[in-house]
Design a protein around this ligand. Structure first.
Ligand code: ZN
Length: 240
């Protein structure tokens, strides 16, 4: 048995046996990790607070037969409020869905985890432009994963360009083929999302219409680069 401390966020919690839970935790140290939380569904269980979706903190674990078992926990942030607002809840689940796809077991990706946590943090504030935040998150997740869009050199011919015409198929702005016509705000936003770091991203401001355009492109862009459909937001639209 080996003691260890991991820092991360619970992104899935599945009931298991009579009173246990199997947690999927995105950790800074080890990427995605599975942690068994024993007895946490019993009344008054000491570690129940750490065994739910969105719990973010330190996880003390012992390694036993190749599995982690939870022995202690300390809360760092409280994102549980996100579950009280259905739109925020779905957006948070969408962000987690993307991060869970990117972050693999035994493959630490500190930049992606910190970006996820910062994005959730921004969402817990009162007034958030969720459409813009979604556009920022989706594009930035692609950039962090090595799929930065072509910005200043045409995605097709390589000529210098300031075009606002975005080609999904070619992966960026293009001067010489028909793509999606955006505008100067969307272009500037994509430049900033690609180039600036950390929290500066969240102060981005663009007109409402442009935010919608940005989000539509970012959603199609991540499906293209990751070759996968992220369905969480479709479910919300199904409810509404
Ligand atoms: Zn071109």
């Amino acid at each position: 048995m080996k003691d260890k401390k991991l820092t991360g966020i619970v992104v899935r919690a599945n009931d298991y046996l009579e009173s246990d839970r199997l947690l999927t935790v995105l950790t800074i140290e080890e990427g995605s990790a599975t942690i068994k939380a024993k007895g946490v569904r019993k009344k008054g269980a000491k570690l129940a607070f750490a065994s739910g979706m969105f719990f973010c903190g330190y996880f003390e674990v012992v390694e036993s037969k190749g599995r982690y078992v939870l022995t202690g926990a300390t809360r760092l942030y409280d994102y549980s409020g996100l579950a009280e607002d259905i739109e925020k809840y779905y957006l948070a689940c969408h962000f987690i869905d993307i991060a869970s796809f990117i972050i693999m077991e035994k493959h630490p990706d500190e930049e992606m985890i910190r970006f996820l946590l910062n994005s959730l943090h921004v969402m817990t504030r009162g007034n958030v432009n969720q459409i813009l935040l979604r556009g920022i998150y989706e594009f930035r997740a692609a950039v962090i994963s090595g799929f930065a869009p072509a910005l200043y050199e045409c995605a097709v011919c390589g000529e210098k360009t300031r075009s606002t015409n975005f080609s999904l198929a070619s992966g960026g702005f293009a001067c010489c083929i028909q793509g999606i016509e955006t505008d100067v705000y969307v272009r500037q936003a994509i430049e900033q999302i690609s180039e600036s770091e950390g929290r500066a991203l969240f102060s981005l401001e663009i007109p409402k219409e442009s935010a919608v355009k940005l989000k539509n492109i970012s959603s199609a862009y991540i499906e293209m680069v990751f070759d996968r459909k992220f369905r969480t937001m479709d479910k919300l639209e199904g409810i509404g």
